[in-house]
Design a protein around this ligand. Structure first.
Ligand SMILES: Nc1ncnc2c1ncn2[C@@H]1O[C@H](COP(=O)(O)OP(=O)(O)OP(=O)(O)O)[C@@H](O)[C@H]1O
Ligand SMILES: [Mg+2]
Length: 390
């Protein structure tokens, strides 16, 4: 199972990278260095590990170094310094120092790439474009065509196998690019803004397909985007780049709740946090049971705990009501106390509240109540993104 380790990776574009590196060490910024020396800082000091079966997102404004960083990983861009190690098939490949034969092998069998601008071969049909990686691997024609057809179907292009790229819309070409990336069977996919040319509806569809693929095919994906909603939806973790530097690395919730710099805060300001914020983050977590071991949740709703803090009985205006798991919702619209785990997205709680309007939701970890979510908690989460200091 593959993983990729990056350590202190730099890329300077220009013929005097040492000068730029020295100025960077002295604390000079990208713009200044470019103005003084003509050297362009692509990326600087990048370290992280992409774990097996992780979808790792690189995000940032145009020119921040996303494509450069992605391309360092398969050395379409030669890193100026730093270490990149690919762990795959029980082998540790030193990517930066790999000879051309090893590099070729890595590119053909371990990592495939989906390009920002599709990069299809204009004189090849869709099938032959998709099958290209297999052709290089010298897979026989029958098998190539079978596999290509299968993936053309996966990306929703059945019937277009014999078309040429210029007969397809931009979005369709992007799908061909995706199918080509998947066809080689490489476990690592490097994807550079693969969906940016798509209409919003189709984009969402492709994102969902990618997430399904992750489940089915167990890929490890490095994914570049400048679209925050896409990053939040897809990313297990997200790193945010600014002027070649990594300014933050975290899971979607951490990025939303705790943006480390102004730049990140500007990015997340208009994001919809409802799918990202977890129940525990927005919950009221300090509460005291009364002498009857009951915790007051609202004016009229209470929950009774046993001696270990486990919820045993709900009450609404002193009348006993059931505690029911939010995951087992039915259409019955009776008063119940809902219960859910600490990692439930608040969007799911909001949907449940449409059915069960009256009571708050208690948050339970390992059977023990750790907090509860009221309307107010949800509003605070949505408007202030769960941030304490606002
Ligand atoms: N081949 C190159 N030669 C010189 N400079 C380059 C080269 N490729 C990229 N750069 C510079 O490196 C920096 C990072 O570019 P990069 O293409 O990685 O940005 P990006 O984040 O992918 O942007 P976009 O969102 O527009 O694709 C920019 O300042 C760019 O001008
Ligand atoms: Mg780019």
């Amino acid at each position: 199972m593959p993983s990729i380790e990056l350590e202190d990776v730099y890329k300077i574009f220009g013929d005097e990278p040492e000068i730029a590196l020295k100025l960077l060490k002295e604390g000079k910024g990208k713009d200044k260095i470019q103005a003084e020396t003509g050297q362009v800082v692509g990326v600087r000091g990048i370290s992280f590990t992409i774990e097996d079966n992780e979808l790792f997102v690189i995000m940032g404004l145009s020119g921040s170094g996303k494509s450069t960083l992605l391309r360092c990983v398969n050395r379409l861009v030669e890193p100026t310094s730093g270490k990149i190690v690919l762990h795959a098939d029980g082998t540790d490949y030193d990517v930066v120092n790999a000879d051309s034969e090893t590099l070729r092998q890595i590119r053909e069998t371990q990592m495939s790439m989906v390009f920002q601008n599709f990069a299809l071969f204009p004189h090849r049909t869709v099938i032959d474009n998709v099958a290209f990686g297999l052709e290089i691997q010298e897979v026989n024609k029958k098998e190539r065509v079978r596999k290509a057809k299968e993936l053309i179907e996966v990306v929703g292009l059945e019937g277009f196998g014999d078309s040429y790229p210029n007969q397809l819309s931009g979005g369709m070409q992007q799908r061909v690019g995706l199918a080509r990336g998947l066809a080689t069977g490489a476990e690592i996919l490097l994807m550079d803004e693969p969906f940016s040319a798509l209409d919003p509806l189709i984009k969402v569809q492709m994102q969902d397909e990618l997430l399904d693929l992750m489940e089915e095919m167990q890929r490890t994906i490095l994914f570049v985007t400048h679209d925050l909603d896409e990053a939040l939806k897809l990313g297990d973790r997200i790193t945010i780049m600014e002027a070649g530097k990594m300014v933050q690395l975290g899971n979607p919730e951490q990025i939303i709740v705790n943006p480390k710099t102004e730049y990140v805060a500007d990015f997340v300001e208009n994001a919809d946090p409802s799918d990202v914020l977890r129940s525990e983050t927005v919950a009221t977590t300090s509460f005291e049971p009364d002498e009857n071991n009951r915790v007051r949740l609202t004016e009229s709703a209470e929950v009774e705990l046993d001696s270990k803090g486990r919820p045993v009985q709900g009450y609404f205006s002193q009348t006993p009501i059931e505690i029911r798991s939010l995951d087992e919702l039915s259409e019955l619209n009776e008063d119940v106390i809902l219960s859910t785990g600490p990692d439930t997205p608040i969007s799911k709680i909001m949907r449940a509240r449409l059915t069960y309007a009256t009571t708050p939701v208690i948050i339970v970890r390992d059977g023990v109540m750790i907090g509860f979510v009221t309307e107010r908690n949800i509003l605070h989460g949505l408007l202030e993104k769960g941030r304490e200091d606002l």
